[in-house]
Design a protein around this ligand. Structure first.
Ligand SMILES: [Zn+2]
Length: 313
């Protein structure tokens, strides 16, 4: 079962690679665009495409959105520390845990409590938490009831840990980008998941080609590749770091903006973050969180009608 899961994941990311030649949209370098004018983007059938960011959508000029998926994890605290040192904020799409993974075999519903300190610090620092489902499921394969559980139980678990610090969660990133990025996904699957989201979440993908490639370009021993880790001083690990950094830096130039996908679960995401931020700063980029992206795109009151945090139980 797990092997199929891994294979699927490899196929998903392999398919993304074929799309990496998409050019940045013309507005990506439109420096004169004021940040306060909404940019609704292309029309999409709202019964299949909830509001959110999809590859090719407008982005504000010279802006980088750092996003980290699949945490919290052992490296999350170090990511938070680096962000703090650099004075920038990021968006974290979190799970409560992945039941499929052997590393989680002895972990139950108290998983998030192991990260109570770092979760509180992450929120207090001004970083944003998004929903990445309770246990990293492909929503296209689930029933509406299961989808509902995946979305709201993650928040239920987070609230137990964060208490009064629990933020309202408006942003959602679907595991594997499914059913919106997989070319095999059907319109029926899109409609099913869109209906289950019930207008309560903004679907936030990442910019094609701006993933750090950490998920497709593994150093042995990373999260879902069991085995002894490469030591950070080995050529294999260093080569992967360089590939991850270069992949993003090759796109983040001439003012092109992007939503960068990295992972809490990969040491190369942690080890390349500081270098990446410092080079992007030198290139004149600003950093922002995805809730501010939504405010830029749909106006400062975009979340006023959204579901209040207390309503989620
Ligand atoms: Zn994920």
């Amino acid at each position: 079962m797990k092997n199929i899961h891994q294979l699927l994941r490899k196929l998903v990311f392999a398919s993304f690679l074929t799309l990496t030649s998409l050019a940045a949209p013309p507005w990506a370098s439109a420096h004169s665009v004021p940040l306060t004018i909404p940019h609704p983007g292309p029309y999409r059938d709202p019964s299949m495409w909830p509001r959110g960011y999809y590859p090719g959508d407008p982005l504000p000029p010279k802006t980088i959105y750092l996003t980290f998926d699949d945490g919290p994890w052992a490296f999350t605290g170090q990511l938070v520390d680096i962000l703090k040192e650099e004075g920038v904020h990021a968006t974290f799409f979190m799970n409560a845990f992945d039941k499929d993974h052997p590393n989680y075999a002895n972990i139950h519903d108290d998983y998030l409590f192991h990260f109570a300190k770092v979760l509180k610090e992450l929120v207090a620092d001004g970083n944003v938490i998004g929903d990445h489902t309770y246990s990293h499921r492909d929503l296209a394969t689930l029933t509406p009831q299961q989808i509902h559980f995946q979305l709201y139980w993650l928040e239920h678990e987070l609230r137990k840990v964060l208490g009064p610090q629990m933020p309202a969660i408006h942003l959602f990133r679907p595991p594997y980008g499914s059913p919106w990025l997989g070319h095999w996904n059907t319109n029926a699957q899109k409609r099913k998941v869109t209906k289950a989201l019930n207008g309560q979440f903004f679907v936030m993908m990442w910019t094609i080609g701006w993933d750090s490639a950490d998920s497709i370009d593994w150093a042995k021993g990373e999260w879902y590749e069991p085995g002894p880790r490469y030591h950070p001083n080995t050529p294999q690990y260093k080569a992967k770091m360089k590939r991850d950094i270069d992949r993003i830096l090759n796109r983040a130039h001439n003012g092109a903006s992007g939503i960068i996908l990295m992972h809490d679960t990969h040491p190369t995401s942690r080890d390349s973050l500081k270098t990446l931020i410092e080079i992007l700063k030198k290139r004149g980029y600003r950093f922002d969180t995805l809730d501010n992206y939504c405010r830029w795109r749909w106006g400062p009151h975009v979340f006023d009608q959204a579901r209040p945090a207390e309503a989620v139980h």
